[in-house]
Design a protein around this ligand. Structure first.
Ligand code: FAD
Ligand code: NAI
Length: 502
């Protein structure tokens, strides 16, 4: 007899493992299927998906190490701290990063044990439905069928085949949550070997600092990983197709970031580029590209391709059960992550919306709570964005250009860090906090930060917006002195043209 569960989660990344833990907390019998995409040196499966293995966590570890190196080289001197010879040992930096990954991925396994989530190692694939159900009016849903007869077994359970190299088993579940994440988008004619031409996987594990690093795509990965290797001494050139830099960010933030990244930090960012032929040799990569009316060739020692990610439904067996995808290949869901199939849900990078770990985790919690009969909910308007460059960039809500486009009457408060005592003490005064509020109601519509610790500061704005706060609410809250958060306070005061320290 097959193993049976109340909930089967396919994929053990942030969307999947959080959904599994929350469902188990709510008293449901839960299993999580995770393929061996990520394994430790002994070949044991690693949970945590892209985020913990080859995404958020390793990239932030390298960003921190490279930032310390950069500070030791350039910033400590202003504090009177000097070194004769600052060296970076890339092997140690990578080992530290790998240890963090090991610690956190093992931690998820312990959380599974603690919460009694069964881990099923293998590749999950829906067992196809009989043709008569797939083609029946209304499609393959419980609603259409009355009592859904599984894969023709006369039960109301979904069947999923879990396969490994050693064989496969079929497990059954009342509810299935798909959390199969995303994979890097590659470009035609530019094969990624993760040695000379890397996606995120190779770019996080280079064994030395390339003298010349090329990056196709000046988005989030390009900027974060480009910064890592630039700080360690590489000449970094980013080739970006769009003519606008950081088009999703508020224009003022994007302008400031452009100034800092290109002029102060020396990142060479080429906009409006059309990539042509890419030739990979033993030691160099040549990228032919056009910008304006001119043609160029960039020669580099390593190339990173970071041109976005694609939802991953490979081998899931969507067709066999009639699971609908949208035009971008994402699993189509409603506002509560329900797919077109009864009792089948999907969360995280595999569904539309920003590909962010925290968004996937919130969806995982929502779905688990809905399954348990609770009122799960995600407020997509208050999902924060953070880019972990230096200075960091963080925002929540709408940008000024979006408000203009939507014809909203708004007021702006913008305060630079230069006037803040804590920022001066830290020797890091780049950037500002910009708050946007409705001109009539004063409700906060967006907050945009570029500066040190923006990733932490944005939390206050998220809470405020979640509670429907007005800028006046922030203006009347006592902020500790001296902290960077006082700049948020001043930005709120500035909306009413009454900043106290600027
Ligand atoms: P994933 O993390 O991709 O996990 C999906 C899991 O499903 C994988 O473990 C995969 O092996 C498994 N799987 C797939 N198909 C099957 C199957 N059929 N059967 C069994 N298992 C299967 N986001 C942030 O919020 N902050 C950051 O700082 C950040 N930094 C990033 C840096 C980089 C370099 C990258 C690449 C991404 C970063 N992201 C960041 C994005 C973040 O990693 C993703 O949004 C997040 O991992 C998505 O979670 P997920 O659970 O939807 O999918
Ligand atoms: P991205 O969407 O952030 O940036 C891709 C960039 O490549 C865009 O600017 C795009 O215009 C450009 N591009 C696309 N095709 C191109 C081409 N042919 N030639 C030149 N440029 C081209 O995607 P990225 O950086 O790959 O990251 C993927 C996703 O991972 C992000 O969207 C984000 O969801 C997630 N992520 C989040 C992080 C965070 O939260 N701090 C960090 C890293 C990744």
């Amino acid at each position: 007899m097959s193993k049976q569960f109340d909930v089967l989660v396919i994929g053990g990344g942030p969307g999947g493992y959080v959904a599994a833990i929350r469902a188990a907390q709510l008293g449901l019998k839960v299993a999580c299927v995770e393929s061996q995409s990520y394994a430790d040196p002994k070949g044991e499966v690693r949970l945590g998906g892209t985020c913990l293995n080859v995404g958020c966590i390793p990239s932030k570890a390298l960003l921190q190490s490279s930032e310390y190196f950069d500070q030791a080289n350039h910033s400590f001197v202003m504090h009177g701290i000097g070194f004769d010879n600052v060296k970076m040992d890339v092997t140690t930096m990578m080992r530290r990063k790998d240890n963090i990954v090991t610690q956190l991925t093992a931690g998820i396994k312990s959380l599974f044990k603690k919460n009694k989530v069964t881990l099923l190692v293998g590749y999950g694939k829906f067992v196809p439905l009989p043709e008569r159900i797939l083609t029946s009016a209304g499609g393959p849903t419980f609603e259409a069928q009355g009592n859904f007869p599984g894969a023709g077994q006369g039960s109301d359970l979904w069947q999923v085949e879990v396969s490994t190299a050693n064989g496969s088993e079929i497990v059954e579940a009342k509810q299935v949550i798909i959390a199969t994440g995303s994979k890097p988008r590659h470009l035609p004619g530019i094969p990624v070997d993760n040695k000379m031409v890397c996606d995120n996987v190779g770019a996080l594990s280079l064994d030395g600092v390339p003298k010349r690093l090329g990056v196709i795509g000046a988005g989030v990965i390009g900027l974060e990983l480009g910064s890592v290797w630039k700080r360690l001494g590489a000449e970094v050139t980013l080739l970006e197709a769009l003519s606008d830099f950081l088009a999703a960010a508020d224009q003022a933030v994007a302008n400031e970031a452009w100034k800092v990244f290109t002029r102060k930090q020396g990142l060479d960012i080429q906009l409006g580029v059309k990539i042509g032929k890419v030739s990979v040799g033993k030691k160099t990569v040549n990228i032919e590209y056009e910008a304006g009316d001119e043609s160029f060739t960039l020669e580099c020692d390593k190339l990173i391709v970071s041109v976005g990610r694609l939802p991953n439904t490979d081998g899931l067996g969507c067709d066999g059960v009639g699971l609908k995808l949208d035009e971008r290949g994402c699993i189509a869901v409603d506002g509560h992550c329900r797919t077109n199939l009864e009792n089948v849900w999907a969360v995280g990078d595999v569904v539309p919306g920003p590909m962010l770990a925290h968004k996937g985790m919130e969806e995982g919690v929502m779905v688990a709570e809905l399954i348990a009969g609770q009122a799960g909910h995600v407020d997509y308007n208050t999902v924060p964005w953070v880019i972990y460059t230096h200075p960091e960039i963080a925002w929540v809500g709408r940008t000024e250009q979006q408000l203009k486009h939507d014809g909203v009457d708004y007021r702006v408060g913008q305060i630079p860090f230069i006037a803040n005592g804590r920022a001066l003490g830290q020797g890091d005064t780049t950037g500002f906090v910009k708050m946007l509020a409705d001109a009539k109601t004063d409700r906060i519509l967006g907050v945009h930060i570029i500066g040190n610790n923006a990733s932490e500061l944005i939390a206050e704005a998220v809470v405020a917006m979640e509670f429907g706060a007005a800028s006046e609410d922030i203006a009347r809250i006592c902020h500790a002195h001296p902290t960077l958060s006082e700049v948020m306070h001043e930005a709120a005061l500035a909306i009413d043209k009454r900043p106290l320290h600027f």
